[in-house]
Structure formats: structure tokens, C-alpha cells
Design a binder for this molecule. Structure first.
Ligand SMILES: *Cc1c(COP(=O)(O)O)cnc(C)c1O
Length: 378
């Protein structure tokens, strides 16, 4: 089955009893047993719920893995994956990782003895140099948020397996429509499904797909023990979102190309970050490991005054955190998504006060260009 067909037909579709073409929302906490201990596959909804299971089967097939898991948020998914590790274990992570991931690693999981080193994973030598005797995993975001840096997943997966480490990839930005890390050698792929997979700014959720039976058993045990599951209503909404993922990703990317082109030529824009541009340092790797360059663009206008002006004047881009939905969003990462990263570290990374991030929506491109033009003007 080709990928676009999978978006529609993979996983569990419909309902055998009634013929309903969508999976019902099984709003139930428990299930009748035929006798004590004789259940029909479902005992209690923290352990398994049919709507959630349909979503888990769908994402499993899209990422080409062994098992899928749906969590109550991306952060719940990331935290559960981190619980695969023990006190004293060390993880090497992409440096401009999602702000919430940075926070959970440095303010919560550190208290449980899980150590982390942040490194520019797009620099292979730097990554290899950060591994220690205690390292158990490499955790990658590619493209990163908000600078869209690219890490070579094939190269890192060779390194990880040579050293016996797990490779974990946050695939939120590219989605399985554009990039499938497990096929490139990763062991675990995860998503904030809140973003492109949902696509409509109406769900908070997280998804994980693992490559092996062993990881599936361990993660299922952790999920059932700690309980960060996605509810049936949100599972239904995510299935609905994923059905149109291919169409939406194509529309996002088409608009993103035009905006990247427009911004690159604008005299007030100092720098444009979009992996599709040939001058982007990760362009050729992005091209080799993903089927497209996605819908996220960042650009630096050089000053806080100008970024403030753009956000004050912009009309069709909503000022909001998050990304990946049909409506265009605009943010200043230094003041919003990345505010929890200390300022000196932000400046070190290039997340300046003049950096603006766009999640390009699927509106008519003429309106989006007009809007940015007037917002950047005097
Ligand atoms: C939003 C986001 C997360 C966290 O997901 P939530 O659903 O908000 O908990 C993790 N990684 C990336 C790349 C994100 O964009």
C-alpha cells in the first residue's frame, strides 16, 4: 500500500457491528468479562481502549514500526520514553530541542538521575564526542525548532548501533508523510500529535512508535503503570486529522516554498531558515532523508523592534505557540516557545529577539505574502 492510501486505509477502519465507516468513540472505562479473567481483549481503558488502539495501529503502520502508543500529550510521550532509562544513564540530545523537552530533562528527569548532554547533533564529530561510557541513547529532533537544523539520521543511526545505543527521533516537524526515522535506522520515533498529525489546533496528544517487540513490551508496561494515555475523543480526532495529513502537508509545503522565496528577497530580512533553500546548511541531507521540507520557516529581521512591529501589524497569522495546523501561526521563539531556555543560551543558539517563526498554513498564498509585506513595511 502506498503512503497516501495508508493515510486513509491503514490501522483499524470502521465498525464491523454497524458498518459505520469511522471508528466509534468508545467512551468507556471498563469492559464486561464473560467470566472472571475472561475478557475479550479489553479489560480497562488505561490498559487498552478500542478508539485509542485504532489510532495506535494507524501511526504504527505510517511509521512502519512494531507497535504504536498514544499519550495525553507530546510531553507525556517523551517522559514515558525517558522512563525506559535508569538512574545514572546518560542521553545525548539535540541542543535546540523543543523548550518543553529541555525543561523536562533539566528540571524534572535530572532529579531522578537521568543525565543529559545537549550538543549540535547536525555536527557529527560533536555528537560522537559527547558520548560517554554511561550513554544509553541519542535523541534527535530534525528539523529542529526553531532554526530547522538538520541531523543526518542514517549516519547517527550507524553510530548509535555501533555503540549499542538507542536512537530516538522526535518527528513532529516532518511527520511520517515526509520522513520515517525507523526506516532510516531509528529505534523509537515520537510525535507531538498536537501539531501536524492533528492539523486543526483542537487536540493535545502524543504518539510513539517503536521498532521491536522488546521495546513495545517495556513501553506498554510503562504507559499502563504511569497512565499518561490519550482519551477516546481525542484519539478519534487524531484519526480524523491523520486521514488528511498527505493533502495538508503538500499544501503547507507549497505555501512555505513561496514564502521562503519572498522572504529571501526582502531587503529587511537578514536571514531565512528553510531546509528547502539551497543555501541552508542541511539542505542536501534533508533532501536525502525526507520526501519534502515541510511547512516551518524561521527568519531573522535583525532587531527586537522590527520583530515587534511585524507581530503588531500582521493580520492573517495568529500570534500563538504551537504549529502544524491549517491556519498560519507566527511566533517569536525567544519570548514564547523558548522563553524557558536561559537568554545567554538562546543567543548562543541563534534564537535572537529578532527571530520570527512561521507555521505556514493552507490559506491562499497571495493573502499570506501581502500580509507579511505590509507587516514588514514602515
Ligand atoms: C509541541 C512539541 C512537543 C511537545 O508536545 P505537546 O503535545 O505540546 O506536549 C515536543 N516536541 C516538539 C518538536 C514539539 O513541537
Amino acid at each position: 500500500m502506498k503512503l497516501k492510501t495508508k493515510m486513509i486505509h491503514a490501522g483499524i477502519t470502521g465498525d464491523k457491528v454497524t458498518g459505520a465507516v469511522t471508528v466509534p468513540i468508545y467512551q468507556t472505562s471498563t469492559y464486561e468479562q464473560d467470566g472472571p479473567g475472561q475478557h475479550r481483549g479489553y479489560e480497562y481503558s488505561r490498559t487498552k481502549n478500542p478508539t485509542r488502539y485504532a489510532l495506535e495501529e494507524l501511526i504504527k503502520e505510517l511509521e512502519n514500526g512494531h507497535a504504536g502508543f498514544a499519550f495525553s500529550s507530546g510531553m507525556a510521550a517523551i517522559t514515558a520514553v525517558m522512563m525506559l532509562f535508569d538512574k545514572g544513564d546518560h542521553i545525548v540530545m539535540t541542543d535546540d530541542v523543543y523548550g518543553g523537552t529541555f525543561r523536562v530533562m533539566t528540571k524534572v528527569l535530572n532529579r531522578f538521575g537521568i543525565d543529559v548532554t545537549f550538543v549540535d547533533t547536525s555536527d557529527f564529530e560533536a555528537l560522537a564526542g559527547a558520548l560517554t561510557e554511561k550513554t544509553k541513547a541519542i535523541y534527535i529532533e530534525t528539523p529542529t525548532n526553531p532554526l530547522l537544523k538538520i541531523t543526518d539520521l542514517r549516519a547517527v543511526s550507524r553510530l548509535a548501533h555501533e555503540k549499542g545505543l538507542l536512537l530516538i527521533v522526535d518527528n513532529t516537524f516532518n511527520t511520517p508523510y515526509l520522513q520515517r526515522p525507523l526506516e532510516l535506522g531509528a529505534d523509537i520515533v515520537l510525535h507531538s500529535a498536537t501539531k501536524y498529525l492533528s492539523g486543526h489546533s483542537d487536540v493535545v496528544g502524543g504518539l510513539v512508535v517503536v521498532k521491536t517487540e522488546e521495546l513495545a513490551e517495556r513501553l506498554h508496561f510503562i504507559q499502563n503503570s504511569t497512565g499518561g494515555i490519550l482519551g477516546p475523543q481525542d484519539s478519534f480526532l487524531l484519526i480524523r486529522g491523520i486521514r488528511t495529513l498527505a493533502l495538508r502537508m503538500e499544501a503547507h509545503e507549497k505555501n512555505a516554498w513561496e514564502l521562503a522565496d519572498f522572504l529571501s528577497q526582502h531587503p529587511k530580512v537578514k536571514k531565512v531558515y528553510y531546509p528547502g533553500l539551497e543555501n541552508h546548511p542541511g539542505h542536501s541531507i534533508a533532501k536525502a532523508q525526507a520526501a519534502g521540507f515541510g511547512g516551518m520557516i524561521s527568519f531573522d529581521v535583525g532587531s527586537e523592534a522590527l520583530s515587534e512591529q511585524v507581530l503588531r501589524k500582521i493580520k492573517w497569522f495568529t500570534i500563538a505557540e504551537s504549529l502544524g495546523a491549517v491556519e498560519s501561526l507566527i511566533s517569536v521563539p525567544a519570548k514564547m516557545t523558548h522563553a524557558s531556555i536561559p537568554k545567554d543560551r538562546r543567543d548562543e543558539l541563534g534564537i535572537t529577539d529578532g527571530l520570527i517563526r512561521l507555521s505556514v498554513g493552507v490559506e491562499d498564498i497571495d493573502d499570506l505574502i501581502e500580509d507579511l509585506k505590509q507587516a514588514l513595511g514602515d
